[in-house]
Design a protein around this ligand. Structure first.
Ligand SMILES: Cc1cc2nc3c(=O)[nH]c(=O)nc-3n(C[C@H](O)[C@H](O)[C@H](O)COP(=O)(O)O)c2cc1C
Length: 272
């Protein structure tokens, strides 16, 4: 299957109406709680339906692993987090057959939650007006990316002791009630499963884990909140003091983390 066809499939997956569908040969799959569907069981499902489609897409395209890479540094040049994310994604086998990457570069811009968005999100899917669906389209696309991913690589600097505003905006758009999390008897349960995350976090002087680091614990909490339990933190903090050593240590951690991920995947396929 050519790269162009793969791209076509991905584009269909993020169809802006908020409906997720894929067409390939005689196969036609559609996910969307509104409108007619040739496969009614798919149209009536929410998260499970979308996950089934991403699994199906993987089988149809011959792709068996998807990496979602999220960049939160506003710098495209000289960015340490981007440089190390390149290395992590390469170590996870981006050039190998069967591995595909979705790139979400937050420096390209991202919307923020506002009053109309909240109203649209709280309107039941069947009752949403076309403009409300349009308002939710970016959030739907970001959620679909997460659902399609096996490995998630988040590369982020610390800005003002916390995450960059664009990463916070992304978090606000992917935390969706009954889609990525649900509250049951006042207890939250994450709805994403079978995903692993690597967080590459850079800073000048703020050291990860100390009292004024409001980034690392927060990112971990959000990932766990949406159901991602396997999280590896690559600590690249304190670059202004000991840049060479911090980067060398991070590279060693990336090698170890990617080897662990890949051996976990091999064990899984033997078990299957
Ligand atoms: C707006 C802004 C705020 C920053 N705030 C902090 C901070 O609170 N603590 C810190 O240690 N470094 C801070 N830095 C430095 C960055 O975290 C550091 O340069 C990091 O390497 C940037 O990641 P990048 O190389 O991927 O762009 C800040 C940088 C910018 C541009």
């Amino acid at each position: 299957m050519s790269q162009l066809t793969l791209l076509f499939l991905k584009l269909e997956l993020y169809f802006p109406s908020g409906r997720v569908f894929a067409a390939y040969g005689n196969n036609y799959l559609q996910y969307g709680p509104w409108g007619p569907s040739p496969l009614p069981w798919l149209s009536s499902l929410s998260v499970d339906g979308a996950e089934k489609i991403s699994e199906r897409l993987s089988i149809m395209s011959g792709t068996n692993r998807t990496i979602l890479r999220i960049d939160a540094s506003m710098r495209r040049q000289k960015s340490v987090s981007r440089m190390l994310a390149d290395e992590m994604v390469a170590a996870l086998g981006v050039r190998k057959p069967g591995v595909s990457v979705i790139n979400r570069d937050l420096a390209a811009g991202i919307g923020i939650v506002n009053s109309a968005w909240i109203e649209a999100e709280r309107t039941s899917v069947e009752n949403r007006a076309p403009d409300q669906r349009a308002l939710l389209a970016q959030s739907d696309a970001l959620v679909a990316e997460l659902q399609a991913a096996d490995d998630i690589v988040i590369a982020t600097p610390i800005y003002n002791f916390s995450v960059p505003a664009a990463l916070k905006a992304w978090i606000d758009l992917i935390c969706r009630d009954k889609i990525t999390f649900v509250y049951e008897n006042d207890v939250s349960r994450g709805l994403l499963s079978n995903k692993q995350a690597t967080v590459i976090i850079t800073s000048g002087g703020t050291v990860a884990g100390n009292d004024i680091d409001y980034a690392t614990g927060y990112i971990r909490h959000i990932l766990e909140f949406i159901g991602i339990r396997e999280i590896t933190m690559i600590d690249v903090t304190g670059l202004s003091k000991n840049r060479r050593k911090v980067i060398a240590d991070a590279r060693r951690d990336i090698t170890e983390a990617s080897a662990k991920r890949l051996s976990g995947q091999r064990n899984l396929s033997v078990a299957e």
